[in-house]
Design a protein around this ligand. Structure first.
Ligand SMILES: NC(=O)c1ccc[n+]([C@@H]2O[C@H](COP(=O)([O-])OP(=O)(O)OC[C@H]3O[C@@H](n4cnc5c(N)ncnc54)[C@H](O)[C@@H]3O)[C@@H](O)[C@H]2O)c1
Length: 416
């Protein structure tokens, strides 16, 4: 069993990682929490049976007490990872930190340097590495079932309502407050591609823009809030009431709108709160679609698409090799392997479990616990690998903004 302190008892910290501890007390115990929001702090204290001496309003206060546990889980928002990570390293914690590491490439590299200097582990929550789906694809590739992989088509289907929730109305709508979407959402994809290919990326080019969720596309009669007499509400797929008040809507999103998640509280929060806003009248500036081309060492090419305008949230991947092809859809967890020689088609149906991100959230925690227990001897990723995938995302954003191909060697050298 390991112990952990939690920095940031928000959606990820409290409802995913600390909740794992609540459900698996023989594996990990939360011994202290830092959280400025009083309701969240109290809830976390109750859930984990913490005394008032183990509950803090800010990570500075928590860290002022010295090292209280084996590990530290840092689940604050994108721009508030680097300082607590550095302090936690100085205190000797093994660290689990949410992605993205930071919206600043220099800070990502600095976090990587701290991991090297303090000889403790930094696990960035790149959950896809732990997913049964991508684990199987990695196993197939490493087993040589399609010969030498030559080219990959990878697509991140964001889901139209997910885009509206997180990237138009919600926490990650504005890159100046959080991160560019290719970093915030698709650092997972950069990471999984790097992991699958197993070789460094050499060059990146990208196009994309915010095209739809803008004032000029507002339908006639649109009101500032969906529930305030909007005349276009009935014909708008992005209507807040359609997204949050229908029975089959996602409960985790409702809980972001109103902590209780009840229909009454959600309705009240939508009336004048951020998640009730018209998607054409928000202060959003992140893209709604972006493509990235990647060249890996040895000539392997990747074409990646991230798009808001999809009916489902999923990832689709096709890997073309010299002797066959792998095609997978994370939504139904099916992977198909075609063999050029025999003509055989094999379907692998992957079992995932019920935790978030196709069973990845739970497995990430299991992996982190093992990493801490073995003092870093076991690790599915590393600070170095995470820095690399973040740099690919930064390079993609630079390419999108400048229209130029970015060469990773030159890009890395700029921050050396
Ligand atoms: N791995 C994934 O797949 C995944 C999925 C969603 C979000 N995320 C990332 O997780 C992070 C957190 O997202 P979230 O949705 O949980 O956000 P959230 O806003 O719900 O939680 C962040 C919490 O940090 C707290 N906080 C702020 N300042 C603090 C301080 N000084 N000390 C301690 N706590 C402080 C906030 O009060 C809040 O409760 C973000 O970086 C996000 O990008 C990752």
């Amino acid at each position: 069993m390991i112990t952990a302190v939690l920095v940031g008892a928000g959606q990820r910290g409290a409802q995913v990682y600390a909740d794992y501890a609540r459900l698996h007390p023989d594996e990990i115990k939360i011994v202290a929490v830092a959280e400025p929001d009083e309701r969240r702090r109290q809830w976390a204290a109750e859930q984990h049976g913490l005394s008032e001496h183990a509950v803090f309003t800010d990570w500075n206060e928590l860290f002022a007490k010295g090292k209280l546990a084996d590990s530290c889980m840092i689940c604050t928002q994108d721009r508030f990872h680097v300082e607590p990570v550095k302090k936690a390293f100085e205190l000797g914690y093994h660290i689990l930190c949410e992605k993205p590491m930071s919206p600043d490439p220099g800070e990502c590299l600095e976090m990587g340097r701290y991991a090297g200097k303090y000889k403790k582990t930094l696990t960035i929550c790149h959950v896809l590495r732990y997913s049964p789906f991508f684990t199987k694809i990695k196993e197939l590739l490493d087993g040589g079932v399609i010969g030498e992989p030559m080219s990959i088509q990878h697509m991140e289907c964001v889901g139209f309502w997910h885009q509206a929730h997180s990237f138009v109305r919600g926490n990650w709508r504005n890159a100046d407050e959080s991160s560019p979407m290719i970093l915030q959402k698709s650092c997972h994809d950069m990471d999984i591609l790097c992991w699958l290919v197993g070789r460094p990326c050499q060059a990146v080019s990208s196009f994309g823009s915010l095209s739809h969720f803008k004032a000029q596309n507002a339908p006639e009669g649109a009101a500032g809030f969906c529930m305030s007499g909007c005349k276009a509400e009935r014909s708008c797929p992005y209507s807040a009431s359609k997204i949050y008040l229908r029975d089959e809507g996602p409960e985790s999103f409702r809980k972001v709108v109103a902590q209780s998640g009840t229909r009454e509280d959600v309705r009240e929060a939508l009336a004048a709160g951020p998640y009730g806003r018209c998607v054409y009248q928000c202060d959003n500036n992140v893209v709604d679609h972006q493509v990235v081309n990647l060249l890996f060492e040895g000539g392997l090419t990747v074409s990646f698409t991230m798009c808001a305008f999809t009916p489902e949230i999923t990832r689709l991947i096709t890997i073309m090799g010299t002797r066959g092809q792998i095609t997978g859809n994370m939504l139904n967890n099916q992977i198909e392997v075609r063999d050029f020689l025999t003509g055989d088609k094999t379907i692998h149906q992957i079992r995932t479990g019920s935790s978030g991100h196709g069973g990845s959230d739970e497995r990430l925690m299991q992996g982190f616990i093992r990493t801490v227990e073995t003092d870093g001897a076991y690790s599915l990723s590393s600070a170095e690998a995470s820095v690399e995938s973040h740099l690919m995302a930064f390079a993609a954003e630079e390419s999108r903004l400048t229209g130029k191909t970015v060469y990773l060697d030159e890009y890395r050298a700029r921050f050396a």
